[in-house]
Design a protein around this ligand. Structure first.
Ligand code: DQA
Length: 144
């Protein structure tokens, strides 16, 4: 029982973290974030597989394939948050507990970022705490 394997999924343009709009997203790279989550998980005996894609269908496929293979998903769907019924449905179909995370506080930004189509399929959402949000998402998954 318990969490053993977690999938860390990042959506479009998050591969450019570190140089992408640093005033909003900071200077931490995606590799830094993956390393940080891996180390924190390893300390609890949990392994993390990480995948980033700019392609909605690849993210959907990763979520669907996670069924039975992962105990939890940490997901930053990036812009697909605000438009993807497919990702919402994949999260429900996979039945893998998923925590949605956003680096920025989407509710303090443009109106089109205020609605998340994916959050209602997730066990919860963490947003606005910068890259540390990924660690909060890990803690949330491990302690629920
Ligand atoms: C984001 C917020 C989204 O609105 C945006 O499209 C992103 C990143 C975040 O982590 O703050 O690409 O998910």
């Amino acid at each position: 029982m318990g969490m053993k394997k977690i999938l860390l999924l990042n959506g479009p343009s998050l591969g450019l973290l570190g140089t992408r709009e640093p005033k909003i997203y900071g200077s931490t790279t995606l590799a830094d974030i993956v390393g940080m989550v891996r180390r924190a998980a390893a300390a609890k005996g949990v392994t993390v597989d990480a995948f980033q894609s700019d392609v909605e269908g690849e993210l959907v496929a990763a979520v669907v394939k996670a069924k039975g293979a992962y105990d939890g998903i940490i997901l930053n769907p990036a812009a697909y948050t605000h438009e993807s019924v497919a990702l919402h449905d994949a999260i429900l179909a996979s039945e893998v507990p998923t925590v949605e995370i956003h680096i920025s506080n989407v509710y303090a930004r443009e109106g089109y970022r205020h609605a998340s189509l994916t959050a209602s399929a997730c066990v919860g959402q963490i947003c606005g705490f910068g890259p540390k949000g990924y660690l909060l998402a890990l803690t949330a998954l491990l302690e629920r």
